[in-house]
Design a protein around this ligand. Structure first.
Ligand code: NAD
Ligand code: UFG
Length: 337
């Protein structure tokens, strides 16, 4: 297939491009480099052994999208979004513009070009503060912040378009907590500034870029009092995207699918696993809870297995080892111009 990967220069997109190329698909990366980098694209090419096309452009530009979609694209994977929950609370309009308007433009461009297959990056954030864990796709959907609203609105827009165009197929992949890196150590997660997420923060403490970790809350009703999440290896996510996009032609309508391991891991369990993987101490202090955080959140991933034949292969140990290999080889992340 010829696949347009919007946001393919970013963290999950770059790993997915490598996996798509390994399956023989033709990949076109489309990214405005607001958070991705050309260095990542070069490394994707190196890992793939193929000269993958890269077009610098914005999903909010109908003209740029028309150009890349005009040339026989079979499917689109839409990763392009802003993704910080806290930033979305201070800059909601930027999130609505990028994530919602960007999705509308992409759908318009696909509709105009007759491209009928879409895989969309959604998030477990659409479940808000879950009433029940593990979380099933049929659980109540709620918004707890503007980032979450942008994902929920984008899901609804895609669902409505599938309702109106019977030949339009979409899979909404709801990721839990993506972590880890390609086992080569060549590509990985490279947050700009201070990491908001646990794993990149822990790896930067291990490599000496930050003195210690703040553990947000030690008094949750979880086994050790710290927050519990479903960490999922980015290589497993990449594999799920390949399966989802390959299956689109034989599916119909719009379906939402959780991508998680089905196992909850606490902050302190993850810290200990990272200490073992890296052989470094991770000093930490337990501080107040972070506003908006939930105690525990993990997936029921059974639908992914039923529909896509996918289940997670990697455990926390591999997630930490691969994140550490990437961090150690690239202590300052990608080259950015
Ligand atoms: P990322 O920031 O590394 O990648 C997103 C890429 O999209 C970046 O390369 C960025 O430059 C590009 N981009 C952003 N806005 C764009 C625009 N308007 N036009 C073109 N390109 C644009 O993020 P990621 O972690 O790889 O996340 C990918 C997707 O998965 C996002 O939609 C995110 O919301 C979703 N998601 C991520 C997580 C997570 O924890 N990483 C969890 C759940 C869902
Ligand atoms: N945590 C710390 N210290 C840190 C960072 C995080 O203790 O410096 C804790 C959090 O309190 C939480 C756990 O580590 O208990 C995981 O936090 P992350 O920030 O890594 O992940 P979240 O579960 O808060 O958020 C992630 C994505 C969001 C998405 C959400 C729901 O980053 O985009 O999952 O799917 F909305």
């Amino acid at each position: 297939m010829k696949i347009l990967v919007c946001g393919g220069a970013g963290y999950i997109g770059s790993h997915t491009c490598v996996a798509l190329a390994a399956r023989g698909h033709e990949v076109v990366i489309f990214d405005n480099l607001s958070n991705g980098s050309e260095d990542a694209v070069q490394r994707v090419r190196k890992l793939s052994g193929r000269p993958l096309a890269f077009v610098e452009g914005d999903v909010r530009s109908l003209e740029s999208l028309r150009m890349v979609l005009s040339d026989g694209v079979d499917a689109v994977i839409h990763f392009a979004a802003l993704k910080s929950v806290s930033e979305s609370c201070s800059e909601p309009l930027a999130y609505f513009d990028n994530n919602i308007c960007g999705t509308i433009r992409l759908l318009q461009a696909m509709d105009g070009a007759g491209v009928r297959n879409l895989v969309f990056s959604s998030s477990a954030t659409v479940y808000g503060d879950p009433q029940v864990v593990p979380i099933h796709e049929g659980a109540v959907l709620q918004v707890t912040n503007p980032y979450g609203r942008s994902k929920l609105v984008a899901e609804d827009l895609i669902r409505d378009l599938c309702g109106a165009r019977k030949d339009f197929n979409a899979t909404l992949l709801r990721y839990f907590n993506p972590v880890g890196a390609h086992p080569s150590g060549l590509i990985g997660e490279d947050p700009l500034g201070t990491p908001c997420n646990l794993m990149p923060y822990v790896s930067q403490v291990a490599v000496g870029r930050r003195p210690r970790l703040n553990v947000f809350g030690g008094d949750y009703s979880t086994p050790d009092g710290t927050g519990v999440r479903d960490y999922i290896h980015v290589m497993d996510l990449a594999d799920a995207h390949v399966k989802a996009v390959e299956q689109l032609n034989s599916s119909s309508g719009c379906q939402a699918i959780n991508l998680g391991t089905g196992h909850g891991v606490s902050v302190l369990e993850l810290v200990r696993a990272f200490e073992q993987a890296s052989g470094r101490d991770i000093p930490y202090t337990i501080v107040d809870r972070r506003p908006g955080d939930v105690a525990a959140c993990w997936a029921d991933p059974s639908k992914a297995f039923e529909v896509l034949g996918w289940k997670a292969k990697y455990g926390v140990r591999a997630m930490c080892e691969d994140a550490w290999r990437w961090q150690l080889a690239n202590p300052n992340g990608y080259r950015r111009h």
